[in-house]
Write a protein that binds this ligand. Sequence first.
Ligand SMILES: Cc1cc2nc3c(=O)[nH]c(=O)nc-3n(C[C@H](O)[C@H](O)[C@H](O)COP(=O)(O)O)c2cc1C
Ligand code: SF4
Ligand code: SF4
Length: 250
Amino acid sequence: MIVYYSGYGNSRWVAQTLADRLQERLAFLPDTSAEIALQDGEAIGFVFPVYAWAPPRLVLDFVRRMQLNRRPSHVWFACTCGDEGAFTRQVFSRALRKAGLNLDACFCLQMPETYIAFPGFALDTPANAQRKIDDVRNDLPRIVELISRRERQHFEMIWGLFPLTKTYVLQPLFYRFIITDRHFRVTDECIGCGRCAKECPLHNIRIEDQHPVWQGNCTHCMSCYHHCPKNAIHYARITQGKGQYYFKEE
Ligand SMILES: Cc1cc2nc3c(=O)[nH]c(=O)nc-3n(C[C@H](O)[C@H](O)[C@H](O)COP(=O)(O)O)c2cc1C
Ligand code: SF4
Ligand code: SF4
């Protein structure tokens, strides 16, 4: 079984491709019960984006709540990131250990950058984004092979510079001071289509009087911003002129 979370589609594409090739069941984490019934000999894999040099907190919360009926034959994760995962493996391994599981393998895949709600952060150029997707597409068969032969003690990660500081010092600050939906605003361009609400993985947007209203349970995935057909959503003034991206199936 593969449990995945994805804000704007990068990790969904990776999870779907892996599930197809491994012939695994796929479950979208925000809509999945934490009680998971595994079949005899079944493995469990997790696919998620890196948020602030760690797994997203909603993924860690899920692992804490997770109840498995039996021990999986193999435990792995694949994270997608714009640049680097830093100590994502250590954080996820710790959460797994608390849930009584050991990590057997992990993979880190560079996909197009999408976090733009911070001054100075920008999207990849289209050419760079496409190069990353092509590289991952070419690498996925290798990962499928390693997972299907239940490879153990196989840990791949893109560390980047100062990983310890990023994961254990900057990440808590990021959640404390930056992750909030209070600064989202909508411009007059809004046509009330409701796509932002439909695309929010946490169901955090209600459409009232044909406009989005954020409900205070946001993980800053930026899906609402990137999917708006009128580019009418902005985060304070930071996202002005930064463009939009989401993974489009070919
Ligand atoms: C809130 C947030 C934080 C992010 N933090 C990081 C990070 O620390 N390192 C990194 O390389 N990419 C980071 N990114 C980029 C994403 O990890 C990357 O674009 C990922 O592929 C998005 O996957 P998704 O489309 O499945 O949500 C961040 C993106 C968001 C939305
Ligand atoms: S997606 Fe954009 S245009 Fe549609 S309701 Fe949301 S803000 Fe308005
Ligand atoms: S409100 Fe927007 S940024 Fe926040 S979780 Fe929903 S889609 Fe993501």
